[in-house]
Design a protein around this ligand. Sequence first.
Ligand code: SF4
Ligand code: SF4
Length: 157
Amino acid sequence: MAIKEFIEGTREIAKAMAITLKHLATPPVTVESPDQPIMVYPRFRGRHQLRRYDNGLERCIGCQLCEAACPTGAIYIEAAENDPNNPVSPGDRYAKVYEINLLRCIFCGDCEEACPVEAIVLGHEYALANYHRRDFILTKEQLLNPPEPNVIIRPEE
Ligand code: SF4
Ligand code: SF4
């Protein structure tokens, strides 16, 4: 009886060790974030960006439709009239102040959907941790000059 139990126990340990050894040779499925980039899908909605036209003019025309569409009140805009001799945007108006409060944002993409000139878009940057509440309010300058995101785009399946 004792010998039979010993053999069965040894067999089970051998099976378990075989599984362990198999996984030792398998590449890890985890990544060491933030040092290694994480794959995101092309439609992933991350930190916002304000875009410009190729000639340098800001796309945003200060219409405030994104502000109205935002369900959490995360966007604050102050619009101003363009100087015809030195316009900031192609429209009559531009956004003098444009701020997004990331602590309110739920990354729904409604602002992007509402914009008639594709000025505000949600990019791929997801590493948004910060130490101070004030640093979660993105200014127009930050939105116009987004950092390069440390991500790999996952191919669509
Ligand atoms: S993604 Fe949604 S919640 Fe965030 S700023 Fe845009 S509309 Fe508001
Ligand atoms: S980002 Fe688009 S929707 Fe928002 S104020 Fe500018 S032009 Fe209007």
